[in-house]
Design a protein around this ligand. Structure first.
Ligand code: HEM
Length: 264
């Protein structure tokens, strides 16, 4: 296979833009979609990393019930995303970033849910209010503006291949999940041997998409929107976490369930 670190043709006019070479000797231009996304979502990434739910998670403060609900939320998100990617897999803007065997997570999430909820997991999980706008948006762009699926794929899969590995270790330790990986299939990309290498391939595929400047900007905007949807999911989980804590703390004090729910 062609090396993706290979410098791009120097003959290509680039509007006089600065050309930089990063640690991996990759030639990067500010007009490359991968660069625009990395730069243009930095603040969103900071915000996501610093929201309460994520901070608690990173500290190993994660309740099993919340992890289960988070896994269910991801199941609905990836089901929507992968359904729309599948529908659009021959679209010229989607085909180059179509990597079902390497990336797709729906099956892995289904196995994780089976681990947590048992065989009848499907009857026990449902699309939460905080996840629904995210899922609706994915279907909307898949139907009427499929190029924006690039943003949704980037936001989730590139994140999963980066910070996701930290989260896996934290969850494994905090929830005392078996080292065999049961319940953590989501974090395990069986078809990818080098996360770094795959991310480079994915970036180069994004950069080879034939896109005008306006479309690239719309993709960056959509990625920021996707970060926002992820934050909504985290916020909802954080709120549910507070009610769970109250139920436990109040358990022996004679408060009724209804009082707790009103208070939360
Ligand atoms: C990249 C950590 C949350 C999306 C990364 C990288 C790390 C990281 C270490 C690699 C940066 C690099 O390759 O130079 C974390 C941690 C998080 C977190 C510790 C908190 C738990 C998130 C969330 C999302 C996300 C919530 C979105 C849903 C991404 C994306 C990239 C990335 C899209 C790729 C950036 C790029 O190279 O273009 N993250 N992340 N991350 N993360 Fe996160």
């Amino acid at each position: 296979p062609k090396s993706n670190g290979e410098p791009k043709s120097n003959g290509v006019p680039n509007g006089g833009a600065r050309i930089v070479v990063d640690d991996d000797d990759e030639v990067l231009r500010p007009t490359d979609l991968s660069e625009m996304l990395a730069e243009g979502t930095k603040e969103s990434h900071d915000r996501a990393e610093n929201c309460q739910f994520v901070k608690d998670f990173l500290r190993g403060r994660i309740k099993r019930e919340l992890f289960k609900r988070g896994t269910a939320a991801l199941y609905f998100v990836y089901s929507a995303m992968e359904e729309e990617i599948e529908k659009n897999k021959d679209h010229p803007h989607i085909a180059p970033i179509y990597f079902p065997t390497e990336l797709h997570r729906r099956e892995a999430l289904a196995r994780d849910l089976e681990h947590f909820y048992g065989e009848d997991w499907e009857s026990q999980v449902s699309l939460s209010a905080g996840t629904k706008p995210y899922v609706d948006r994915i279907h909307e762009v898949g139907g009427k503006d499929p190029v924006l699926l690039v943003a949704h794929s980037y936001t989730r899969y590139m994140g999963d291949l980066s910070g996701g590995q930290i989260l896996k270790k934290v969850a494994q330790r905090a929830l005392k999940l078996p080292s065999t990986g049961e319940g953590l299939n989501f974090y395990q990309f069986e078809g990818i041997h080098s996360h770094k290498g795959f991310k480079q391939l994915y970036r180069s595929r994004m950069n080879e998409l034939e896109l005008d400047a306006d479309t690239k900007e719309r993709i960056v905007d959509e990625s920021n929107r996707a970060f926002g949807f992820n934050m909504m999911v985290f916020t909802e989980l954080e709120e549910i976490g507070e009610t769970i804590k109250e139920e436990v703390q109040d358990a022996g004090l004679g408060h009724s369930h209804a009082e707790i729910m009103q208070g939360g």
